[in-house]
Ligand binder design. Structure first.
Ligand code: 5CA
Length: 160
C-alpha cells in the first residue's frame, strides 16, 4: 500500500511507532474521526476498541497526566485522581497542545515532546487490538493493548 502524504504531526506518530519497533502504520481515513464514536463508525469496529487519549492536570501541581481510555468508558475523575495521588481537573486545549504536541481530536498516546505519566484503562485488554489517534482527526493506528502499555510505559488502572 503506498504511504499517503503524512502531516508533520502524523509523521511524529509514525516515527514513534518505528522507534518502538511496532508494526503499526498510520492509517489516513477518508472521513474525519475527531471523536471516538466517529472513529468507531469510520473503522466499523466496536466503540470500546477506540483509545481515547485524554489529558488531565493535577489540581495542585498542574502536572499533566495522560489517561488512555476505552471509547466505551467514562473516566471517574475522583477515583482516578485517588489512584494517581492527586485531584484531577480536565486539561484545557492549550495544555493539551503544549504537553502532547497534538490538537484535541488527534492526540496520540505517544510521540509527545516530553515524556508524560501515562495510565491505561484495563478494559482495553478485552480486545486483541485497539485503534488510537495518530496525530490528526483524520488518522489512526492499530496496536495491541500490550504493545501500547509497553510503548507508553503506562500503569494499568480501572478508570470507571
Ligand atoms: N480521534 C479520536 C478517536 S481516537 C479522538 O481523538 N478521540 S479522543 O476521545 O481521544 O479525543 C476527543 C476528546 O477530547 C473528547 O473525548 C474530549 O474528552 C476531549 N475534548 C474535546 N473538547 C475539549 C476541550 N475543549 N478541552 C479539553 N478536552 C476536550
Amino acid at each position: 500500500m503506498p504511504t499517503p502524504d503524512l502531516r508533520a504531526s502524523e509523521r511524529r506518530v509514525a516515527e514513534a511507532l518505528a522507534r518502538h519497533g511496532l508494526p503499526g502504520r498510520v492509517t489516513v481515513l477518508t472521513e474525519l474521526a475527531t471523536t471516538a464514536q466517529m472513529a468507531a463508525d469510520a473503522l466499523g469496529v466496536e466503540l470500546g476498541r477506540i483509545v481515547k487519549s485524554l489529558l488531565f492536570a493535577g489540581a495542585e501541581t498542574g502536572t499533566p497526566y495522560m489517561v488512555l481510555v476505552s471509547g466505551a468508558n467514562r473516566v471517574h475523575e475522583r477515583r482516578v485522581g485517588r489512584l494517581i495521588g492527586e485531584k484531577l481537573a480536565r486539561a484545557d486545549a492549550d495544555l493539551v497542545r503544549k504537553a502532547t504536541g497534538f490538537a484535541i481530536g488527534g492526540v496520540s498516546p505517544f510521540g509527545h515532546p516530553q515524556p508524560l505519566p501515562v495510565y491505561l484503562d484495563e478494559d482495553l485488554f478485552n480486545y486483541a487490538t485497539v485503534w488510537a489517534a495518530a496525530g490528526d482527526p483524520r488518522s489512526v493506528f492499530e496496536i495491541t493493548p500490550e504493545a501500547l502499555e509497553t510503548a507508553t510505559g503506562a500503569t494499568r488502572i480501572t478508570v470507571t
